[in-house]
Design a protein around this ligand. Structure first.
Ligand code: CP
Length: 317
């Protein structure tokens, strides 16, 4: 694996599977008596968050602590960034504090790449979401969750049918999932109104549908996306009610799914808009499993990037 994780394009299919396998090993260890491993003792992980987050920030913090790393949480709100401090000066301050890995979330697409390429820091950089570009650890935890629900999938996802539904245009989760799931062999259909499909989608390895009812009938995985109002400078659909009627996963659509189909959502959810409460809370929903699996997958990513000690035989720390 490379020094940084900026995009799913940084990983081959076998490297991605290796991360999922490491997360599985970590899951077995975590189910045992020792919840904390000494693997990254003496290392420092900095969470550098310029945008709001609940799941990603907390799960990176939890992952690093479970590997015994020291964790520094930096949020732009309440920091000297609000006094005009630049990304360069912020990064160099963190470097001076001895960061081994910097987990960055930023509103600008390419911010993680900029930090990694800058030479300002020597730490590994992990992209925790940059603008509308990518969110690679979300895609990895989604793949891990899918594999845990379809045990026949091991080293590839050949034959798996995935519908990714909603605000594709603004979604870094959709981009990373398209890259990863297609790399693993899944067949992906993007479902959205035409206004929420990116112009360059013809270059992606996906089908596109504007009809949710037919697109989800044979899907094994239905991944609902959040409507990202904060990134919308214009109106992309006539009204929330109309969007929900055309592209929301309501009870009738939930009931039309195959028995084995799972419903995913990266969170935070707009209940009543892209997903109904019945769908979010149904037995088909794996939303909370995605959150739990996020800790394991981020442990695996930190472990592989920082070259931690062997996982086995060290639970007695
Ligand atoms: N899925 C996700 O990135 O959630 P947060 O914004 O809460 O981190």
């Amino acid at each position: 694996m490379e020094k940084h994780l900026l995009s799913i394009n940084d990983l081959s299919a076998s490297e991605a599977i290796q991360i999922l396998n490491t997360a599985s090993e970590l899951s077995k260890i975590s189910d045992g008596p020792m919840k904390k491993l000494p693997t990254l003792r003496g290392r420092t992980v900095v969470n550098l968050f310029f945008e709001d987050s609940t799941r990603t920030r907390i799960s990176f913090e939890s992952a690093a602590k479970r590997l015994s790393a020291d964790v520094i949480n930096f949020s732009a709100k309440g920091s000297s960034v609000s006094k005009g401090e630049s990304l360069k000066d912020t990064a160099q301050t963190l470097q001076a504090m001895g960061a081994d890995a910097v987990v960055i979330r930023h509103g600008a697409s390419g911010a993680a790449q900029r930090l990694a390429d800058s030479g300002w820091i020597s730490a590994s950089v992990i992209n925790a979401g940059d603008g509308t570009h990518e969110h690679p650890t979300q895609a990895l935890l989604d793949a891990y969750t899918i594999r845990s629900k379809f045990p026949d999938l091991k080293d590839n996802f050949n034959g798996l049918k995935v519908a990714i539904v909603g605000d594709i245009l603004h979604s870094r989760v959709a981009r990373s999932n398209v890259l990863l799931l297609s790399k693993l062999g899944a067949k992906i259909t993007l479902v959205a109104p035409p206004t929420l499909i990116p112009v360059g989608v013809t270059d992606w390895d996906v089908d596109v549908s504007y009809d949710l009812d037919s697109a989800i009938l044979n899907a094994d995985v239905v991944m609902m996306l959040r409507i990202q109002s904060e990134r919308m400078a214009a109106s992309f659909f006539p009204s929330e009610r109309e969007y929900s009627r055309g592209y929301g996963l309501d009870l009738a659509r939930l009931n039309s799914l195959k028995d084995s189909t799972i419903v995913m959502h990266p969170g935070p959810m707009n209940r009543g808009l892209e997903i109904s409460a019945e769908s979010a809370d149904s037995h088909k929903s794996v939303v909370l499993a995605q959150v739990s699996n996020g800790v394991l997958v981020r442990m695996a990513v930190l472990y592989q990037l920082l070259g931690g000690a062997a996982l086995t035989g060290e639970v007695g720390a």
